[in-house]
Design a protein around this ligand. Sequence first.
Ligand code: ADP
Length: 259
Amino acid sequence: MTTKAVAPLENGRVEPLQSDARDLSAGRPQDPVIELSGARKTYTSGEIVFEALRGIDCQIYEGDYVAIVGPSGSGKSTLMNILGCLDVLTEGKYILAGDNVAELDETQLATVRNRRIGFVFQQFNLLPSLSAVANVELPLLYARLGAAERKERALRALDSVGLADKSGNRPGELSGGQQQRVAIARALVTEPTIVLADEPTGNLDSSSTDEILGLFDRLHGLGRTIVLITHEADVAARAQVAYNVTDGQFTGDALGVRR
Ligand code: ADP
C-alpha cells in the first residue's frame, strides 16, 4: 500500500494515510460506515456459557455522533471490543467501511485498528515519559511515515484540539482534560473512519467533562463520525443518536432519536 503526501484540506483536516482509503462522502454516501446485523457474542468458560450480546442490529453513517448507553454489565465493553475489531462476533455480521470484519486476517485487522479506528479510553492511555506530540505521533510509527511528516501531522492534530502550545509537555504536566485532549489528538492523527470513545469522561471532573464533550460537539460539526460509549445518560444526551443497551440488547429507544 502506498502513502500520500500530507495535503491539508480546507477545514484543516489532512488526507487519509492510504491512497486506497475510501472517500465515503464522495463515493458511497448511502452506505453505513458501521453495520451490525444479528450481532451475538457468547463467552464460554468451561461449562458456563454467557451471552453478552444477544442480537444487535445497528447502522452508523458517516458524520453520525452516536452514543451507546447502559448500566455496568449491560454489554457496552463487549460491543466496543467488537466495533473496535479487538474481538469477533460469535454470530451475526459486522461490516466496517464495506469490509466484512470476519473475513480479515490478523494483519488486515491490525491495519484497520490503526488506520480506520481512533480509540479514546477512560484512562487516556498516554505514555508518561513522552511529550504530548510524541504520544500523538505513536499511531503514525506503525504507519511508517517519516519523522518530519509524523511531527507535522501530530502538531496539526494537537492544534485541532487546542493544545498546540502544550506539544512539548509530558502527560504529568497536563490537567486531566488536557490529557484526554492529547488522547483525542492521537485518535485523530490517522484520519480514522470512526472515533471510538469508551467512557471518555469517566475519569474527569465536571469542568473537564464539559471541555471534552464540547470538543466532541466540535468534531461532530466538522463531520467526524463518533461512537461514544457511556453509562451516563447526560453524556449520551449530547450525541445525535442514543442507543440504550440492556442485557446485551438494544432496548427502549433502540433505534435512537435522530436529533
Ligand atoms: P459493560 O461494559 O456494560 O459493563 P461488559 O461488556 O463488560 O459490560 O460485560 C457484559 C457481560 O458479559 C457481563 O455480565 C460480564 O460479566 C460478561 N463478560 C464480559 N467479558 C467476559 C468474559 N471474557 N468472559 C465471561 N463473561 C464476560
